[in-house]
Design a protein around this ligand. Structure first.
Ligand SMILES: Nc1ncnc2c1ncn2[C@@H]1O[C@H](COP(=O)(O)OP(=O)(O)OP(=O)(O)O)[C@@H](O)[C@H]1O
Ligand SMILES: [Mg+2]
Length: 252
């Protein structure tokens, strides 16, 4: 078993003349919960796109559990056990929430069985729907869900694939504060079941509660790799990110 679940080395990506990521390199160990932070447009979602195979990097290397996955398709990477959720999830019109969860075929016994043994698939899906406060919308078309509900469904769909690692792109955006607290507990349980998490998030309370480590990007470069409590004493992070966040809160 490799020490590092995910390794990024000298990863770069540009769109035309827009150099979005430059020389990004860091490792994530088995069982870590890492926050990926940074100002709007600094390249966080793009980095998740490269890690999960939505887009290939221009240069650099990405390894998952010791295997070079650079440029592999999203399907292949997902089969290897790395899945992601999207910042703005799009859902099909013709499938209900429950149908989608059935279709997101689990490769082995089903995620809930990590918590509760001997459950059949239906019970497992019921458990996920309850955990994610989606039971009452199970028969609705997935496309008709609210933005926050689509975020929750994305997490449930990711879990159905029995991942070893999940990358979450702003999981709490548009989610009610009470449910955010619930989500912290849920993600802790997911992590306790052995699943490594990389979480793009702007909510600092969520980050402090959940993450053991933070990687901060600014203009496509890693400017800090530290614990959540070290963020506020890092001048570059305060200048590039936290200062802005405070100003935005003051304006709001
Ligand atoms: N498919 C694409 N084609 C062209 N440009 C893109 C593409 N994807 C991202 N970009 C550009 O890359 C830059 C970084 O975007 P990205 O979505 O990664 O930022 P982000 O850090 O996730 O921001 P936010 O916090 O607002 O979600 C932006 O300038 C964006 O316009
Ligand atoms: Mg983004």
């Amino acid at each position: 078993m490799p020490d590092h679940v995910l390794t990024l080395a000298q990863v770069a990506k540009s769109f035309g003349a827009n150099q979005v990521l430059s020389n990004v390199g860091f490792d994530i160990g088995q069982g870590e919960i890492v926050g990926l932070l940074g100002p709007n447009g600094c390249g966080k979602s793009t980095l998740l796109n490269l890690i999960s195979g939505v887009l290939p990097p221009d240069t650099g290397r990405i390894a998952f559990r010791g295997e070079d996955v650079t440029g592999m398709t999203m399907d292949r990477i997902a089969r290897n056990g790395l899945v992601r959720t999207f910042q703005l999830p799009s859902m099909p019109r013709r499938m209900t929430v429950a149908e989608m969860l059935h279709a997101a075929a689990a490769r082995k016994a089903g995620f809930s069985s990590l918590f509760r043994r001997d459950l059949d698939e239906r019970e497992e899906i019921d458990g996920l729907l309850t955990d994610l406060a989606l039971s009452h919308v199970r028969h609705l078309p997935a496309a008709s869900l609210s933005g926050g509900q689509k975020k929750l469904l994305s997490i449930a769909l990711a879990l159905r694939t029995l991942p070893r690692m999940i990358c979450l792109d702003e999981p709490t955006a548009g989610v009610h504060p009470n449910l955010r607290e619930h989500m912290i507990g849920l993600l802790r349980r997911i992590n306790a079941a052995g699943i490594t998490l990389l979480i793009v998030e702007h909510d600092m309370h969520f980050i402090r509660e959940l993450c053991t480590r933070c990687v901060v990007l600014d203009r496509g470069r890693v400017i800090a790799d530290c614990t959540p409590s070290e963020l506020t004493s890092n001048e570059e992070v305060v200048e590039a990110y936290l200062g802005n966040a405070r100003q935005k809160r003051a304006i709001a």
